[in-house]
Ligand binder design. Structure first.
Ligand SMILES: [Zn+2]
Length: 319
């Protein structure tokens, strides 16, 4: 099944999305996992040893981590973070038999890691929401269940990034900062970077409260185009007003019922950051799937609650 630049690939009980514009690079491995995922290289590389995402059940069975068994990804070391909706970014490289996570600025809540400069994966999961690498044999993995997974590719320098972007991450500037770190680390040219945005909850389903709207207004110069106003007036009332209800109560209930709801367009927020960082619009690719609308394919935190599984997005450079 093909939808835009993305193709849903089913193989041996596993299914994942592939972005055609990334798949054309033979040296690159990437996938956006679905809920139809196998064990894959995760179980072999220790992804289930505690480096789980925020909110993921501690004893989540490995088949619910949503890691796709992507052909060509065997033998890779899987890099993952404890995702905390931060702006913390790590450069991942091989070190001995393990992986080295080098914290890149800015570090706000991991000063001890910054002081050490670097450590290895066995020291425990690091808190952060984006990773970059220029080395082969490393699969950067991001887990989501409504948040937006973003994969960046620098074909000129053979480098990649994986980003976890929810509304809090969007406000931290994690997307823009990841591009900055790719420039620093690999001399990446933003105008040449490709960005693939995987499935996430979309504006059709992502109703947000006033605190989210306020947070965006406080942090961004403009929120134009980021919120979709959805009128409730056309919907049938939940309950007819009781005859005993006072006129004031009835009026208040009507106002509440008819108040427009705000839906956040997280993809628009991410696109804005990518463009601000220097990427070109034709190099941005968005998977046209809403996680909340497609329970057949995706986990959704909003739809299923905290007990839902997580999908894994992967990107790595072949040996
Ligand atoms: Zn939807």
């Amino acid at each position: 099944m093909t939808q835009g630049d993305f193709r849903l690939i089913s193989q041996g009980g596993t299914a994942w999305l592939e972005c055609a514009s990334l798949a054309r690079f033979s040296w690159l491995v990437h996938a956006f996992g679905t809920r139809l995922a196998g064990h894959g290289p995760a179980s072999a590389s220790g992804l289930g040893t505690g480096a789980t995402g925020l909110g993921e059940p501690r004893n989540a069975p490995t088949e619910r981590t949503g890691l796709p068994e992507v052909p060509g990804a065997t033998g890779f070391s899987v890099a993952s973070l404890q995702q905390v909706h931060s702006a913390n970014i790590y450069r991942v490289s091989r070190a001995g038999g393990g992986l080295r996570y080098q914290a890149l600025p800015p570090i706000s809540n991991a000063r001890s890691i910054a002081a050490r400069g670097a450590s290895v994966a066995s020291a425990g999961p690091f808190c952060g929401d984006a990773m970059i690498t220029g080395q082969p044999g490393i699969l950067l993995s991001i887990r989501t269940a409504d948040c937006l997974p973003i994969l960046l590719v620098d074909a000129r320098h053979g480098a990649a990034a994986a980003i976890h972007c929810g509304w809090r991450g969007a406000l931290t500037g994690i997307v823009e900062k990841s591009v900055v770190e790719m420039r620093r680390a690999f001399e990446s040219r933003p105008e040449e970077l490709l960005a693939a945005m995987g499935p996430s909850i979309r504006a059709c389903c992502y109703e947000v409260g006033d605190e989210v709207v306020s947070a965006f207004r406080e942090r961004l110069a403009s929120v134009e185009g980021l919120f979709r106003i959805v009128s409730q007036a056309a919907l049938p009332p939940d309950q007819p007003p009781r005859e005993t209800t006072s006129a004031a109560e009835t009026a208040a209930a009507c106002r509440s019922r008819n108040a427009p709801r705000r839906h956040l367009d997280l993809v628009a927020a991410a696109r804005r950051q990518l463009l601000a960082a220097g990427l070109q619009a034709p190099n941005l690719f968005v998977a046209d799937y809403c996680t909340a609308c497609r329970p057949d394919l995706f986990f959704s935190y909003r739809r299923e609650g905290n007990s839902t599984g997580r999908m894994t997005a992967l990107i790595g450079i072949s040996n």
